[in-house]
Design a protein around this ligand. Structure first.
Ligand code: TYM
Length: 334
């Protein structure tokens, strides 16, 4: 049986946080051994909002360092940056002509990101999910490990793939399946459990970074919003206690201990004693990663070579898809 192809992407904007790790990167690690895995630093998605060029470049190196420090191995998977493979933009245009405006109008992430000032948002921000569909379909991905927030974009990708296949009367594209970590579909902000943990939140206390020191992690967990009750005694109580639910979710998904077991372990205890244990769990995860990030970040040559090697492999595959489409769409003249 042939291996599944797995594709996913991470934007090089801001700092990578625990939500990105638990929702996405942790899943990437599970795939690299058994699947044909491709992980992309999506620098062209980043410019949908203006980026300082030098900062963008550093952020690409920084995300790559994080990938490597977390354990992604360039011998087992393809690691590259999107702008190095121009076929992403080519396919994005082809698919823009398949996607319907009505479909894009439904994208909630655009509405959230553009806010009230929609007329002033870039056209790229609006068309962003089509570029994301191109990223995935270019490599004929079967599975796409992502956080819950990307589910709607995956549904759109499937709609675009289906319409393209129908229009051109051939199954060019598979319909990719989102793979969402059940233990951590959406990690919420530590300051407001109604919002997801996000790179763009103005409060740095809302998110734990993979580069945080032990002291920073402790301070953020101490400050994490909670209520004044004791720890819950059953999972039914979590629905009305979103902050505690989020902290237990973080504990559970890092330690791989079921939430029910954690509830039993801490039932009726003070929240501060749970937070102390949580700090230990989070620090045990992040301390070795943050040390490794610092080491790898200083080795520019290794980072450059890794990107070059990954881009070459990605380009070869992407080019094959585009040549096939060109001949089906009437763009071949030899
Ligand atoms: P981005 O860069 O915002 O996030 C990277 C990955 O992290 C997940 N994630 C979370 N998971 C759980 N809890 C959270 N609080 C949380 N915040 C972020 C995201 O779901 C994502 O999986 N559009 C994508 C990047 C992209 C992509 C693709 C992904 C571009 N092309 C093709 C998959 C396939 C994005 O902005 O992710």
């Amino acid at each position: 049986m042939s291996k599944d192809t797995v594709f996913s992407g991470v934007q090089p904007t801001g700092d990578i946080h625990l939500g990105n790790y638990l929702g996405a990167i942790k899943q990437f690690l599970n795939f690299q051994d058994d699947a044909d895995s491709i992980f992309c630093i999506v620098d062209q998605h980043a410019i949908t909002v203006f980026q300082d060029p030098e900062e963008l470049k550093q952020n690409v190196y920084s995300v790559l360092s994080i990938f490597l420090a977390c354990g992604l191995d360039p011998k087992k998977c393809i690691l590259f940056n999107q702008s190095a493979v121009r076929e992403h933009s080519v396919l994005s245009w082809y698919l823009s002509c398949t996607a319907r405006v009505g479909w894009l109008n439904r994208m909630t992430q655009f509405k959230d990101k553009a806010g009230k000032n929609r007329d002033n948002a870039s056209l790229g921000l609006y068309a962003y999910p089509v570029l994301m569909a191109a990223d995935i379909l270019l490599y004929h991905a079967d599975k796409v490990p992502v956080g819950d927030d990307q589910k709607q974009h995956l549904e759109l990708t499937r709609d675009i793939a289906h319409k393209f296949n129908t229009d051109y009367k051939k199954t060019f594209f598979k319909l990719p399946e989102p793979i969402i970590n059940k233990a951590a579909p959406r990690i919420m902000s530590l300051r407001d459990a109604n919002n997801k943990m996000s790179k763009s939140d103005i409060s740095k206390y809302s998110r734990i970074l993979l580069t945080d020191s032990n002291d920073e992690i402790s301070a953020k967990i101490n400050k994490a919003k909670s209520d004044s009750l004791a720890m819950p005694t059953s999972s039914d109580q979590l629905a009305n206690r979103p902050e505690i639910n989020n902290l237990i979710t973080i504990y559970s998904s890092i330690s791989n201990v079921e939430k029910d077991k954690i509830i039993t372990l801490f039932a009726n205890k003070e929240i501060s004693s749970f937070k102390n244990e949580l700090k230990e769990v989070v620090i045990n995860l992040i301390e070795p990663i943050s040390k490794e990030i610092k080491k790898i970040m200083n080795d520019k040559k290794y980072l450059q070579e890794t990107l070059k090697h990954g881009s070459l492999k990605a380009r070869e595959r992407a080019n094959k898809t585009i040549l096939e489409l060109n001949s089906a769409m009437g763009f071949n003249f030899d």
